[in-house]
Design a binder for this molecule. Structure first.
Ligand code: SF4
Ligand code: SF4
Length: 401
């Protein structure tokens, strides 16, 4: 794709990165075939190719209309288009840049601005988020359905194991996951203990993804630098830093890109990213005891961050099959469930359509349980499914205990 960047923008590093991404696009439109919003809405401007043109126009004209911003905002950042694109267009990076710029040009609706501000204020601050969540859980039976679907029921969880003096692994606890499903990381800790790998929990807080994907790039980068400062002193003593939420895991893996222009933190981000892995890739190499068969039929929902971001599609299935579970296949595995971080709050109608579509596909084979690997998908699908939706680590740890 030929571009002619506006002279006032040409020197900006983000614009230069966007320009080189745009030049790889040959406008073939293959990506529309796997784009959930294009599949649902059928509008070229709600598909990746259309959004790429909108971002190109923004960089060439140095302005963007409110309507064009709406099409950018409807993107889930699921990156299915990246997996499909034969030309290797890095769409995820491009939409982040486009949204960050649009933030400066276009006024969003008051409601959207307020919701974004509230999420950015509350979610990364556990001292604020956790009591609010607990209050919501207390009054959950009385809440209207629309609100209730955003408040997960309180979990019974096993406490963490005692911290080891010589941990082989650090386990990230995250922000939303540590408050809503704290049993996921303790399940992982127990699985690692069974495989002879002592692991300690780390309270690292928000990885920065929420701010960054909402266009607040500097606030996102501030979280990233804080996480790096916290983890760096411990990196040499451990084999790996594991994430059990693929949305956070993909962000950590891409810290070097987010911080590439930072002369101090670029190398530190790379050191951390080199140690960070998703739980599935670390556990795949370990011997886990095979649990007694419980006859459960399991449908696996692979989060977009896992398949299109971390490129770990099929890895959870491999471990579950090795451990003797009966997997129930389903159609449209590449399509996003509509959770997509803050998307289910900011674009509730489209998010709900995708949720229903995904649940229909997952439940078509009549599974007893749906498993996934990311907190957002777990809560989003769990709010509408007829069968339990849990993290795959919880399933395995419960069967082994
Ligand atoms: S598939 Fe790739 S090259 Fe083709 S239109 Fe989509 S982004 Fe551009
Ligand atoms: S990231 Fe997902 S929703 Fe956005 S354009 Fe690509 S496929 Fe469509």
């Amino acid at each position: 794709m030929k571009t002619s960047i506006h002279p006032d923008l040409a020197a900006l590093p983000d614009v230069q990165a966007a320009d080189s991404i745009l030049r790889n696009c040959v406008h073939c439109g293959f990506c529309n075939a796997t784009c959930p919003t294009y599949q649902e809405l059928g509008d070229e401007l709600d598909g990746p190719r259309g959004r790429i043109y909108l971002i190109k126009n923004l960089l060439e004209d140095n302005r963007i209309s409110a309507e064009a911003v709406t099409h950018l905002d409807r993107c889930l950042t699921c990156r299915a288009c990246e997996t499909t694109c034969p030309s290797g267009v890095q769409y995820g990076q491009l939409i982040d840049i486009g949204r960050g710029m649009a933030e400066q040009y276009a006024e969003r609706s008051r409601v959207r601005q307020t919701l974004s501000w509230l999420m950015r204020l509350v979610i990364p601050r556990r001292w604020l988020f956790k009591p609010l969540l607990r209050t919501g859980q207390l009054f959950r039976p009385l809440l209207p359905a629309a609100l209730k679907s955003h408040v997960p029921a309180r979990q019974q969880t096993l406490p963490p194991l005692a911290a080891s003096d010589n941990p082989r692994v650090l386990l990230l606890t995250g922000c939303v996951q540590s408050a809503a499903t704290p049993g996921v990381v303790t399940a992982l800790q127990r699985l690692l203990a069974k495989a002879g790998r002592p692991a300690n929990l780390v309270d690292e807080g928000c990885c920065g993804a929420l701010d960054y994907h909402l266009g607040a790039h500097e606030a996102g980068r501030a979280h990233m630098r804080r996480v790096i400062d916290q983890l760096l002193p411990e990196l040499d003593q451990v084999d790996a830093v594991l994430s059990s939420a693929t949305g956070c895991g993909v962000t950590l893996a891409e810290y070097p890109r987010y911080l590439e222009d930072d002369p101090v933190y670029a190398a530190r981000a790379q050191r951390l990213a080199d140690k960070c892995r998703d739980a599935v890739s670390y556990l795949a190499a370990l011997e886990l005891p095979v649990p007694a068969s419980n006859g459960l039929r399991v449908a696996v929902h692979t989060p977009c961050s896992m398949q299109h971001g971390l490129k770990l599609n099929g890895q959870v299935e491999k471990i579950l099959e090795r451990l003797g579970y009966t997997l129930v296949p389903h159609a449209e595995g590449h399509l996003c469930c509509g959770s997509a971080g803050s998307y289910s709050i900011l674009e509730p109608a489209l998010s709900e359509r995708l949720q229903r579509r995904k649940i229909r596909a997952l439940q078509a084979g009549k599974p007893d349980v749906i498993v996934t690997a990311n907190i957002g998908c777990q809560l989003h699908l769990g709010a509408g499914a007829d069968v339990p939706v849990i993290h795959w680590l919880e399933l395995v740890a419960a069967d082994l205990s």
